[in-house]
Design a protein around this ligand. Structure first.
Ligand code: R2B
Ligand code: URA
Length: 309
């Protein structure tokens, strides 16, 4: 019953089914997606999600709701006074909204949080028999040498040694997975930024860290054992390795989407230039408008794709 991945994708574009790679799922009569408060015996997942073609994920539940409202308007699917119920209302771990073929899910902060969400999201899409799904993370980040408000489309997600890999400990042993993204999708998203011409959009590597403070060479955490010079040296090395922004989820997101044959991309706005500081000092309004940029870019992309199909 289950479709196993055959290593590399077959023939590029033709095979766009979603892979799970777990023989144990076969023998389960029911699958409970605990952190979504959904399950295969309590919910008709194919009826609820079978038409999903785009999944947008982002850290905050509030932002994903506002993205849903924005997409509804953009796609001409909004009705006066329409409310978009949180599909995961039975839990406060993650929030999920759906409008037409677009599913929006929050993932919290950091690799462990997004990884739990992705296990359940991938199974959800698999149980719902979805095909040809594109997943985009829209988020925030710290920029390196870019004007705040610049949108970065990720070319490669790299670790804190600037390597394109994600290491996970399984049964006490390190397992390394590739963090390669779909190059064509990244180029298309970059083009959307250029089409819009409302803000700067660049393509570059994204460094994914395990921490916001020491993990990102900040000088303003509760602890810091290095100097400003040390910080600048490290960020300069990152820049030389092609890193243009830093965030906390892209590596496991890339790895898990690749394993499940999902076309994936990361589009993050930079909230500050880390070469110039560590604290987020911009006003609420400025931050809010920056955070809408990835939404506008991805909204444009989805519209373009739906109009073309
Ligand atoms: C970007 O912003 C969050 C930290 O403020 C984190 O989730 C990330 O990747
Ligand atoms: N998110 C991060 O992970 N780092 C930043 O500097 C800003 C947002």
């Amino acid at each position: 019953k289950l479709k196993m991945p055959l290593g590399e994708e077959k023939n590029g574009t033709s095979d766009r089914t979603i892979y799970v790679n777990n023989p144990h799922l076969d023998s389960m009569t029911d699958d409970i997606l605990y952190h979504f408060n959904l399950g295969t015996s309590t919910h008709d997942l194919p009826a609820m999600f079978g038409d999903v073609k785009f999944v947008c994920v982002g850290g905050s539940a509030w932002r994903m709701k506002s993205f849903t409202e924005y997409i509804a308007k953009e796609l001409g699917l909004s009705e006066p006074n329409a409310e978009y119920p949180n599909i995961c209302a039975g839990t406060d771990r993650y929030a999920m909204y759906k409008i037409g073929p677009v599913l929006c899910v929050s993932h919290g902060m950091g690799i462990p949080s997004i990884s739990i969400m992705l296990h359940e999201l991938i199974k959800l899409l698999y149980h719902a028999h979805c095909t040809d799904v594109t997943v985009v993370r829209i988020g925030t980040s710290g920029g390196i040498g870019l004007n705040p408000g610049t949108v970065v489309v990720t070319k490669q997600s790299v670790d804190s040694l600037f390597q394109p890999r994600f290491e996970q400990i399984i049964l006490g042993k390190p397992v390394v997975r590739s963090t390669e993204f779909d190059g064509e999708l990244a180029e298309e998203l970059l083009q959307c930024g250029k089409d819009l011409a409302e803000f700067d959009t660049v393509i570059g590597n994204t460094m994914c860290t395990l921490d916001f403070y020491e993990g990102q060479a900040r000088l303003d955490g509760a602890f810091c054992s290095y100097t400003e010079d040390d910080k600048q040296r490290y960020l300069a090395e990152a820049y030389a390795a092609g890193v243009r922004n830093i965030e906390m989820e892209s590596s496991v997101f890339a790895a898990m989407c690749k394993l499940s044959n999902l076309r994936a991309a990361v589009v993050c706005v930079t909230l500050l230039d880390r070469l110039k500081g560590d604290q987020l000092t911009s006003s609420h309004d400025v931050m809010h408008s920056y955070q809408q940029r990835p939404q506008v870019l991805v909204g444009h992309y989805i519209k373009k794709k739906l109009n073309a199909s």
